[in-house]
Design a protein around this ligand. Structure first.
Ligand code: ADP
Ligand code: 5GP
Length: 205
């Protein structure tokens, strides 16, 4: 009996390591990672279709009009959105899908997919967040400031998530997230069909 996959939403302040954690979940445990569309300019080393689908604002708005996103949001001067088709196809195929998205998007997802698991990733301290963001070396001083301001706003919503995971040691963080997903799979309400099939099988013995 094929079960639908779980939808895993990872959010967190800029620079806490969401992208790093998501990539590792794909490598280590075979999760499917949804590639978002954005109007942000590519960073050095980023490739169209791998980190993001890079769009102009007109292209992005066209995709909104055609219902191409399951959610989209504006974050520090740019649009970001989750393409609908990949997520729906992967869940149907029974794969676990990661959405690495910011908080407004996460809450839109929860409204549409009540079973989605919302995990907020953070770093061991506020200073570590700032240091990682600066250390990544991809944003200007002005954008770093805007992202830290945004982090202050996002911190108001971090208590609305299902789980908080601290990304201190990367492997521990990745394993902890995977354990949460495994535990969710074992919830009674996610196994009602299996229970029914077991009861039926026992009757037929
Ligand atoms: P985000 O996607 O949340 O903006 P990134 O994945 O780009 O963050 O990570 C930001 C920076 O922090 C990168 O330079 C990355 O190598 C580093 N980083 C990620 N995880 C850890 C960790 N557990 N400890 C120390 N540095 C980390
Ligand atoms: P970055 O520019 O650092 O790649 O991403 C900025 C923020 O946008 C991060 O918080 C990231 O999680 C979020 N983000 C990336 N893709 C999406 C998306 O499709 N939808 C939403 N709502 N947020 C996204």
């Amino acid at each position: 009996m094929k079960k639908k996959g779980s939808l895993l939403v990872l959010s967190g302040f800029s620079g806490v390591g969401k992208g790093t954690v998501a990539k590792r979940l794909v490598e280590k445990y075979g999760y499917s990672l949804s590639v978002s569309a954005t109007t942000r300019k590519p960073r050095e080393g980023e490739e169209n279709g791998r980190e993001y689908f890079f769009k102009t604002e007109a292209e992005f708005k066209n995709l909104i009009d055609y219902n191409g996103f399951i959610e989209y949001a504006r974050y520090v001067d740019n649009y970001y959105g989750t393409p609908r088709k990949f997520v729906e196809d992967e869940l149907q195929a029974g794969h676990h899908v990661i959405l690495e998205i910011e908080v407004q998007g996460a809450f839109h997802i929860k409204k549409q997919y009540e079973d989605a698991l919302l995990i907020f990733i953070t770093a061991p301290s506020a200073m570590a967040i700032k240091q990682r963001l600066i250390g990544r070396g991809t944003e200007s001083e002005d954008v770093i400031k805007k992202r830290l301001d945004r982090a202050k706003e996002e911190s108001r919503d971090m208590d609305k998530y299902d789980y908080i995971v601290v990304n201190d040691d990367l492997e521990e963080c990745v394993d902890q997230i995977h354990s949460i997903v495994r535990a969710k799979e074992s919830l009674l309400k996610n196994n009602l069909d299996f229970i029914e099939a077991t009861r039926k099988g026992l009757k037929e013995l």
